[in-house]
Design a protein around this ligand. Structure first.
Ligand code: ATP
Ligand code: MEV
Ligand code: MG
Length: 325
């Protein structure tokens, strides 16, 4: 049996624009997904995940047989797609295309809420499955395999940002296929969660349509790229106040691209009014989480009192990326 865990992330800057080759700076946070993988005697895959559906979710399938499980198709697809793609990548890496595996996944990261739950699940599953099949991948190899798995599931619409941040940990910079780690000062992240989620595929497709239809939407995407380049300087200088101002600006540009939501805006404004350095939505948007920078407790208190906010927590930068447990 092999077990691996991998962290989720928040975006300091650059989600969505990163899909079109602009740079982005995601930061891994101490909320993890764990995958436990055991090789089987046959060539079946059994996936067991406690976090999908009320009673958890189990599916078993072989090379010729479809998954047998009592669940609506959409749940079945959602539950299987990422883990199945991760299993395929690990089997391919280990040159064991027919290896049978039992995979059990559980996670502290809310689903579809902008904290990179899909990437963390995929990264942990690739690392644990490869290890169980006798192959120890380094974090860059795990990141590359996990990226391919996410890209498959999201029909080509994925950047390397989430999977690289999850695999290596820390603050990272991703621009196309150039992925590197960054030095970061102490970043006092506060996360507000509205209890909802957004559909990454649909939100990315919406931005693509706007960008094709309006020149100024394409300019908005490039403006996010310019903002990220400025943000990198602020990060290198440890200028947390400037980082906050740029986060505010980034939220405005994401809002213009149609990926915010009333609940996200309400939480962003609550954080700003409480004196946060800055606040923005994180990840694909549409619902889910915002991230604010505030070393004091005021943003947490204000979000606690905000009707649209279901949960608020402080997020520590995760210095470890994927690790075998
Ligand atoms: N614990 C889990 N067990 C099984 N599948 C999971 C788990 N967590 C996430 N997933 C898969 O990831 C999907 C959510 O991924 P999605 O990319 O939409 O959101 P996210 O990664 O949480 O947020 P974002 O990409 O915006 O940061 C779920 O629908 C599910 O298929
Ligand atoms: C919206 C997006 O930029 C981030 C989702 O966490 C999509 C991606 O980069 O794959
Ligand atoms: Mg995702």
């Amino acid at each position: 049996m092999a077990t691996a865990s991998a962290p989720g992330k928040v975006y300091l800057f650059g989600e969505h624009a990163v899909v079109y080759g602009e740079p982005a700076v995601p930061c891994a946070i101490e909320r993890r997904a764990r995958a436990e993988v055991t090789e089987r005697d046959d060539d079946h895959v059994r996936i067991d995940t406690a976090d999908l559906g009320l009673e958890g979710f189990v599916a078993e399938y072989g090379p010729e047989s479809a998954p047998t499980v009592e669940a609506p198709d959409s749940l079945l697809e959602a539950g299987l797609a990422y883990i199945d793609a991760a299993v395929r990548e690990a089997r391919d890496a280990a040159d064991a295309p027919d290896a049978g595996l039992n995979v059990s996944v559980e996670s502290d990261i809310p689903l579809g809420a902008g904290l990179g739950s899909s990437a963390a699940v995929v990264v942990a599953t690739v690392a644990a499955a490869a290890h169980e099949l006798g192959l120890d991948l380094d974090s860059r190899d795990v990141a590359e395999r996990a990226y391919r798995a996410e890209r498959d599931v999201q029909e080509g619409e994925a950047s390397r940002a989430d999977t690289f941040a999850s695999a290596t940990g820390g603050a990272v910079r991703v621009e196309g296929d150039d992925c590197r780690s960054l030095e970061a000062p102490e970043l006092p992240f506060v996360v507000g969660y509205d209890g909802g989620s957004g559909n990454t595929g649909e939100l990315v497709a919406g931005v693509r349509r706007l960008r094709e239809e309006y020149g100024f939407a394409a300019d908005t995407v490039s403006a996010i790229g310019d903002l990220v380049r400025d943000g990198e300087h602020a990060l290198a200088e440890g200028d947390v106040e400037e980082l906050g101002r740029l986060m505010d600006f980034n939220h405005g540009l994401l809002e213009a691209l149609g990926v915010s939501a009333r609940s996200l805006d309400a939480m962003v404004w609550a954080a700003r009014q409480a004196g946060a350095h800055g606040a923005k939505l994180t990840g694909a948007g549409g619902g889910g989480c915002i991230v604010a920078l505030d070393p004091t407790e005021q943003t947490e208190t204000a979000l606690d009192l905000t009707a649209e906010c279901e949960q608020v927590f402080r997020a520590e930068l995760a210095t470890d990326g994927v690790r075998l447990e």
